[in-house]
Design a protein around this ligand. Structure first.
Ligand SMILES: *Cc1c(COP(=O)(O)O)cnc(C)c1O
Length: 376
């Protein structure tokens, strides 16, 4: 069976974890945490990085930092993971879901201005599959209406918008190091902060609402409870694992892009014949090869293709159910139909993509897809 995902190990993870254990600082904000944060700040130019136990946690920190309160409205795509919305719902926000573009699952920025009211507090763009949303358009709206922009960059590490790293354009950004992401630590995440006015409070929220980080830097001579917060920081053992991955980032990204390109080249005939649609990367965006997906012409065709591949030992999977139609949110949604989100939900198919997938496995998978369309 070719599985959908297989977490890649560089070989250094256990070694660094051993070091973290014997450093004697095993809790959060230790040596490896600092190394990871420094690495990410240097490589991408984020003002401040804080490792978190997940991207979900980073999003929750962001919602606290921009003071989301009961009745505030937050605009985001419906076609995303639950955590994007949950983080803001936890603080009492009403979510206003935007539709996807017709050509790509990212939210359709042309629809956003109509969704802004005087209660709107933030826009949360999700860079689906690591491909940038149109950030110029989003930042212009944010400026015009005085809104915060929190990028859900869970899938977007080392990807760019007109040459700027994703996660660097909004006020802050949340990244994931879950084992399904390009760079992984099993469970892990990061809040990247670009607007310096949030940095001090972010450290406090990160450390359970205390000024412990300042205390350890010797900036204050005792620490205590100064704000709300939670335990958002991961153990240094997790950071040690992550550091091994970060050191290998260029190699990992190169291999993933190689796989992505193989898929694309091998399936382009099927697109020309009108059987499927392949992802279109906009001119302003790069592709970090987080995911390879195709769009089937009908929901039935996708179901049958998944079944066909499964019968041939290949695990291909669909993706999100639109959040505006979810059990939890359907009765809170304002009733607008979001057709493109529904189409991606029903017709998008993700193919296996992980570091160790071989060229011959990719060719086998593509041949099977060709065969499926010859037979149907
Ligand atoms: C993976 C993912 C998350 C959640 O990441 P965790 O680290 O598992 O909390 C949030 N948003 C998007 C778009 C994701 O892909």
């Amino acid at each position: 069976m070719i599985q959908f995902n297989k977490p890649y190990l560089t070989g250094k993870e256990a070694h660094y974890m051993y070091q973290a254990v014997y450093n004697g600082h095993i809790s959060g904000n230790g040596q490896f945490t600092k190394k990871c944060q420094h690495f990410l700040e240097e490589k991408f130019g984020f003002r401040k990085c804080l490792l978190t136990t997940s991207c979900t946690d980073a999003l929750e920190m962001a919602a606290i930092l921009i003071d989301i309160k009961e009745g505030d409205e937050v605009i985001m795509p419906s076609f995303t993971f639950v955590s994007t919305a949950n983080a803001f719902v936890l603080r009492g926000a009403k979510i206003v879901f935007a539709d996807s573009q017709k050509e790509y699952p990212n939210m359709d920025c042309d629809t956003l201005e109509h969704l802004i009211t005087d209660r709107t507090k933030a826009i949360v763009p999700v860079h689906y599959a690591g491909v940038a949303c149109d950030m110029n358009q989003i930042m212009k709206l944010a400026q015009k209406y005085n809104l915060f922009v929190i990028e859900d960059a869970a899938q977007a590490i080392d990807s760019y918008y007109n040459g700027t790293p994703l996660g660097k354009l909004g006020h802050m950004a949340a990244f994931s190091f879950h084992e399904t992401k390009n760079i992984q630590a099993g469970e892990g995440g990061m809040l990247a902060i670009n607007d310096p006015k949030f940095i001090k409070r972010a450290e406090i929220i990160w450390e359970k609402g205390t000024n412990r980080a300042e205390f350890f830097r010797g900036e204050v001579n005792k620490y205590g409870w100064v704000d709300i917060g939670s335990s958002f920081l991961p153990s240094d053992v997790i950071a040690a694992f992550l550091y091994a991955q970060l050191e290998n980032m260029d190699n990992i990204q190169q291999q993933r892009r190689h796989i992505w390109t193989q898929y694309y080249n091998n399936l382009t005939h099927l697109q020309a014949a009108g059987h499927i649609k392949l992802p279109e990367i906009p001119e302003y965006a790069t592709n970090n090869a987080h995911m390879f997906f195709l769009i089937c012409n009908t929901p039935e065709e996708r179901t049958n293709l998944i079944k066909y591949l499964k019968n041939n030992q290949i695990n291909a999977v669909f993706h999100y159910l639109p959040l505006h139609l979810s059990d939890f949110y359907a009765n809170k949604h304002d009733g607008r139909t979001l057709n493109n989100a529904s189409i991606f939900s029903e017709q998008l198919l993700r193919l296996p993509l992980y570091y160790e997938l071989t060229d011959s496995q990719i060719i086998d998978i593509c041949n099977l897809i060709h065969k499926f369309y010859e037979e149907n």
